[in-house]
Design a protein around this ligand. Structure first.
Ligand code: H2B
Length: 103
């Protein structure tokens, strides 16, 4: 499996423009959703299945009625790559399908 190159800051900024709700957090991108606690757990399960499918896994912070997904590419030295944006887009699709709202 090829590892994409780390993105330049300007590239990250440009890609984030096209991904409302996601923000840069150091060498990761992250987004927080809100839903009932139970539905957040469902969302985590579906995102986990997608992560396994695409071979790219987010860090997940689960709290009452809030879940935060963040992604960096470990294979690229914990830098932001196109794989993180691919995962972010997939998370947005899953979150929308499950009625999760932007926090
Ligand atoms: C072999 C396996 O697919 C790789 O180690 C994947 C697993 N999931 C991953 N997830 C993330 N976030 N970064 C990676 O570099 C990564 N590598």
């Amino acid at each position: 499996m090829s590892v994409p190159a780390p993105l330049a800051d300007a590239e990250v900024d440009e890609l984030l423009e096209a991904l409302p709700g996601w923000e840069r957090d150091g060498d990761a991108i992250r987004r927080t959703y809100t839903h009932t606690y139970h539905e957040c757990l469902h969302l985590v399960m579906y995102v986990g299945a997608k992560a396994r499918e695409i071979g790219h896994h987010p860090d997940i912070d689960i709290r009452w009625q809030r879940v935060t997904f963040s992604s960096t590419t470990h294979d690229a030295g914990d830098k932001i790559t196109l794989k993180d944006f691919e995962l972010a887009r997939q998370i947005d699709v899953i979150a929308a399908a499950h009625g999760a709202k932007p926090a």
